[in-house]
Design a protein around this ligand. Structure first.
Ligand SMILES: Cc1ncc(COP(=O)(O)O)c(C=O)c1O
Length: 341
């Protein structure tokens, strides 16, 4: 099987498992796990933030950040196809009692003008707008990178209007690798950010959040409340450290595989795909009206290729460290043959 459903399907390599087995651990609820401490310090430094906190998943990372930045009844502004809206099981409403206002974006990007128009006036009958949440790279838009200039404009507006900024940076690693912009350049515009180790970085579990010391102190309490405090979790932190040191530097290989895949698909008259939009490791392509994405995904599975149907006619493929370039090319050829038949 050539599994292109997601970069989350990767399994830890032998070298990563060895690093995990050799980890020094302690009870992290008592703050005594040296490997977790090392990871948190390492990521805080990379992001230019005062502190960081290891958490079990990207969803919990986003949920903790937004819980800490808001009060029940508040409103968070996000792009219409944000992960926090579609794929976190309504957790913002359930865990934090907050609602979102979704703005239609271009390639995952919303503008400062849209945000300005969306922020609620102060009257008591409106929800309070308190946070602007961005996603970089943007998953549903196809792994697109949000340009720094726009992020900066939004952050300036947020600062002038006492709004907080959160970044769902589950794949910020990919944005950094593809744009060659250091992660701390992206992160400086945000009060809180989340990043995942279990996606392109190939660790089995784990995400991290970062922000000021004051923010992380509150996040620590919230992590406990959400059931995300763990004990000898240095084994997983060791996988994350290994992932940063060994797999972050190789992400551009995944991006090159995605480009090669996209170029083959784009040659097919039956597939709609703009290769310019393939900026990282995600390829979103669209089929003509007489195709159903879910049926095509089943037919592809029978031919040994796994992809994700993301809408009636949209399919997502994701490259990662457990698929080779030749497998990716083979998968693209199988897709082209199937839709042209
Ligand atoms: C952009 C984005 N944010 C958050 C998450 C949630 O991560 P997890 O699956 O670890 O909860 C994902 C997962 O795919 C994601 O793509």
């Amino acid at each position: 099987m050539i599994d292109l459903r997601s970069d989350t399907v990767t399994k830890p390599s032998k070298a990563m498992l060895t690093a995990m087995m050799q980890a020094e651990v302690g009870d992290d609820v008592y703050g005594e796990d040296p490997t977790v401490q090392e990871l948190q310090k390492k990521v805080a430094k990379m992001l230019g933030k005062e502190a960081a906190l290891f958490v079990p998943s990207g969803t919990m990372a986003n949920q903790i950040c937004l819980n800490v930045l808001t009060q029940p009844g508040d409103e968070v502004i996000c792009e219409a196809d944000a992960h926090i809206f579609h794929f976190e099981s309504g957790a913002l409403a359930k865990l934090s009692g907050i609602q979102v206002q979704r703005l239609p974006g271009q390639a995952g990007l919303i503008t400062v003008e849209q945000i300005e128009a969306a922020v609620r006036p102060g009257a008591h009958y409106y929800p309070r707008t308190t946070v602007i949440a961005l996603e970089n790279t943007h998953n549903l838009a196809g792994g697109t990178i949000l340009p720094l200039e726009t992020i900066e404009q939004i952050a300036r507006f947020a600062n002038d209007n006492a709004l907080k900024m959160h970044l769902d940076g589950a794949r910020l690693w990919n944005a950094g690798a593809a744009s060659r912009i250091a992660l701390d350049v992206f992160s400086r515009f945000f009060d809180s950010l989340s990043m995942c180790f279990s996606k392109g970085l190939g660790a089995p579990v784990g995400s991290i959040i970062a922000g000021s010391q004051e923010f992380i102190t509150e996040a620590l309490r919230c992590r406990k409340q959400f059931g995300g405090a763990m004990r000898q979790v240095g084994y997983l932190a060791a996988a994350a450290i290994y992932a940063i040191d060994h797999n972050f530097p190789r992400l551009s290989e995944d991006h090159a595989k995605a480009k090669a895949f996209a170029e083959i698909l784009a040659e097919s008259s039956a597939i709609s795909l703009n290769t310019e939009s393939v900026m990282t490791n995600i390829i979103m392509f669209h089929l003509p009206g007489d195709f159903e994405a879910s049926k095509i995904a089943v037919q592809l599975q029978e031919k040994g290729v796994l992809v994700h149907a993301m809408g009636p006619r949209s399919i997502r493929a994701v490259t990662h460290l457990d698929v080779t370039r030749s497998e990716v090319i083979q998968a693209a050829q199988i897709i082209v043959k199937l839709v042209q038949a």
